[in-house]
Design a protein around this ligand. Structure first.
Ligand code: PGA
Length: 301
């Protein structure tokens, strides 16, 4: 079982009672952090044995390749990631659908997980061009991104669709990585809190209690995506505290909160050390294996 598979594990039923209790007993960012220093409280721990051996806090680092790659390019990148990844890292790459089999073949048996960038909310049927969550699971995916701002803005995905997709991913035994984040215009209008809260609330209102425990939330301010200009640590701290509070109010504790938006090796250390940041969703920088591995290294520090 690879580390990433442990984190993005497949079956909620396999989660140990004590890890569940551990996660549920958390109440604040401080407690959250100290709990992680004792064991990994991903919420997807599979056994007591893993709890005992996982003594260090580990951040999730997830690559979002977007619409990039070719079999040739991918082969080089995947081999470099596999070679450079260290025991204890929790890495995953979300690749374009056609390359899932390639990622599976290249990464199987490694500590790196793989997943998709989107999924259909439908299980099967006459939905031309769609890919179901079960199909992703069939290719060994451990996670899928849902509600990325590019999907919301360019493909008209609304909050309700995102919520249905998150549920579909979890029902197929994978981890839904749900993206939330405000546009620059919304931030300038003072609507950041309202937007991010609404996006998360829609998911929490729709998904099952079991799915809630499996969610990973990625805060990705739209204005920071692909711009080279990451959010400041203060901005990230503020929004992540907001998300943590909203989740806890809904009775959901131990949720991994990722930050995404122009994460690179040079800013990863500071961002990953910000309160309530449990990992990063990395776009552009994930296309460069060396850069991605440096981010993984920053996550270890
Ligand atoms: P970026 O993208 O790292 O290139 O800003 C992040 C994302 O869109 O997930």
């Amino acid at each position: 079982m690879s580390t990433a598979e442990r984190f993005f594990a497949k079956c909620p039923n396999q989660r140990s009672e004590s890890s569940r209790h551990f996660a549920l007993s958390e109440k604040s960012a401080a407690k959250h952090k100290s709990a992680r220093s004792m064991c990994i409280i991903s919420g997807f721990l599979k056994s007591e044995r893993l709890m005992a051996t996982s003594m260090v806090a580990t951040k999730y680092i997830v690559g979002n390749w977007k619409l990039h790659g070719s079999t040739q390019e991918n082969a080089v990148r995947l081999a470099a990631l596999k070679a450079g990844c260290r025991h204890g890292d929790a890495l995953a790459v979300c690749v374009p659908f056609p390359y899932l089999a390639q990622a599976q073949q290249a990464l199987q048996g490694s500590a790196i997980g793989w997943g998709a960038q989107n999924v259909s909310e439908q299980a099967k049927g006459a939905f031309t061009g769609e890919v179901s969550a079960a199909m992703l699971a069939d290719f060994g995916c451990s996670c899928a991104i849902v509600g990325h701002s590019e999907r919301r803005a360019l493909y008209g995905e609304d909050d309700a669709t995102v919520a249905r997709k998150a549920q579909a991913v979890a029902e197929a035994g994978m981890t839904p990585i749900v993206c939330v984040g405000e546009t620059l215009a919304e931030r300038k209008c003072g609507e950041m809190v309202q937007v991010v809260t609404r996006q998360l609330a829609a998911v929490l209102a729709h998904v099952s209690a079991e799915t809630k425990q499996r969610l990973v939330i990625a805060y990705e301010p739209v204005w920071a995506i692909g711009t080279g200009l990451a959010a400041s640590e203060d901005d990230v701290r503020e929004v992540h505290a907001l998300l943590r509070g909203q989740l806890e109010k809904a009775g959901v504790t131990g949720t991994r909160l990722l930050y995404g938006g122009s994460v690179k090796a040079s800013n990863a250390g500071a961002l990953l050390n910000t309160a309530n940041v449990d990992g990063a969703l990395v776009g552009g920088a994930s296309l460069d294996a060396e850069e991605f591995l440096k981010i993984a290294q920053a996550a270890r520090a």
